[in-house]
Design a protein around this ligand. Sequence first.
Ligand code: FAD
Length: 606
Amino acid sequence: MPVYKAPLRDMKFLLNDVFDYPGHYQTLASGENATPDIVEAILTECGRFCEEVLSPLYQSGDEEGCKLDNGEVTTPKGYREAYDQYVMGGWQGLSAPEDFGGQGLPASMGLLKQEMMGTANWSFSMYPGLSLGAMNTIFLHGDEHQKQTYLIPLTEGRWGGTMCLTEPQCGTDLGQVKTKAEPQADGSYTLTGTKIFISSGEHDLTENIVHIVLARLPDAPKGTKGISLFIVPKFLPGADGGLGERNAVSCGALEKKMGIKASATCVMNFDGATGFLIGPENQGLECMFTFMNTARIGTAIQGVGPAELSYQWALDYARERRSMRALSGKKDPDQVADSLIHHADVRRMLLTQKAIAEGGRAMLYYAARLADHMVEAHTAGDEQKAAKYDDKLGFLTPILKGFLTELGCEATNLGMQVFGGHGYIREHGMEQIVRDTRIATLYEGTTGIQALDLLGRKVLLMTQGGAVREFTLKVANFARKHLTNKPLRPMSVELLKLTAQWNLLTVRVMLAARKDRDIVSAAANDFLMYSGYVTMAYMWLRQAAVAVDRLNEGGEESGAFYQTKLATAEFYYERLLPRAQAHATSMLSPARNLMQVEPEHLAFTG
Ligand SMILES: Cc1cc2nc3c(=O)[nH]c(=O)nc-3n(C[C@H](O)[C@H](O)[C@H](O)COP(=O)(O)OP(=O)(O)OC[C@H]3O[C@@H](n4cnc5c(N)ncnc54)[C@H](O)[C@@H]3O)c2cc1C
């Protein structure tokens, strides 16, 4: 069975050489303890945990899945023990505030941990991942009593968390939420309704589960303006902070699904369950957005991690499996045939996976620096600074989530393709990675919704193109600096052209949308993908620039490592980035070609 190897060399190259995380951490109060030695030790230890504990449970968890018996959910064999080790290691509190039992390290350290865990075993990582979102929501919107009650056991990992938004009639359009919350004399609320598709809704890993639930107060305004947010614990907290009475919230069914089978996806019934309002009445959706942004960056990891895993396994296979002879002549003359890796088309697949995994990782680490600043400013009470970084991150979030998860699906499919028919057979694990990754473009807002959020809300409505102007200025300045550097010149020229084109496209879509409102929805997906390809191009130029510098000046890594970085950047610019032009052309085509056929004429059956 293939195993996961933590890509520590690439991670350290990005952290230390490309994004200067050691310098970045020195500027943060939370970075005081994130010295290079500590970061190194954490990465190594987390990598070991992922390789030795989580990775071996990846395929067995898929085979066994979760089981529901009498309202109780059992996770696959080995999951409880692995989770106990996770808790013992203090991993859940890595980036949580020290006041609530965390280690107070920067948010980006948590992302590095999530990346490795999610790559080794996505299903497992969902249990603590959802809890992190619950922790953030309570930290940002909870009152002092709620923070004292819930944050410590959540930080320790003794309690788990969920997000309960989706109902049978709505996932995207949460204005349709029907779950009711009736106020009680003691200040609590009684919640009644059904939520579906709830990840980690019920399981046997933690002693309590804290549900964060969207519900509607009596007489609340219709639509999104009438939704409030509630904490509904499985066990009500006792006076001593321990477990009290069992609450009336239960798992009615486990969803049968395509992948992430070791992650319990639950139908949750709230039958007059006791809940506690969190944040102001009728502003639940705004409060939940904090949760959603965190979760969306977390989900973007699901584009990068599986691309990495699938690449690692495909690369091993392509080195070993033999088929025919390379067109340029025998490469392994003593063998019956050359290995797959000598065929250019197989290289195309492998390099696409590599470019996506490493380019995507760079996008995540770039965004994680912004997240560190945002959290730091918020903790220091500097809301103006926090809002500035939130805006920068808010622009990138839909690009990361939408684009990286789409490319993650492509990369994992290519990994399966490298295995030929064997990729389709369960034994090798490649089809599992494809199945597990497919959900990433659907939950936490589908790609379509990310695209609308990017183009409709963040680019057109909120900033009238300003978000693109601000980001492209930064990118263009970087590209300009490298125009005279010979190996970097072609890439810099191309990137510079794209920054101008990105602004032009934004203006053209904006003008077209004034005449035809359907244009926004019609252009959104192409706009998102275009934005993603250009952002990744920026990341590849940044990596290439460091590689060239280290080849000249020397660095921690081998010459081959830097040469390969440069070659992968060239591959990206020459073979993947041209796709941006197809998106540009398609984006500018009229909405007519999508809308002119009447819905009843879309099929002529019967
Ligand atoms: C395995 C799994 C785990 C999940 N975990 C959770 C969880 O923990 N908590 C939770 O609350 N939910 C969870 N979900 C639910 C998930 O977030 C939703 O399924 C998702 O948001 C999409 O909602 P929907 O299924 O209702 O699709 P719909 O909203 O019905 O959308 C269907 C299609 O229409 C498109 N669409 C919808 N509206 C528009 C529009 N205005 N413009 C253009 N296109 C549009 C969408 O992009 C999509 O392609 C999970 C789902 C799954 C499958």
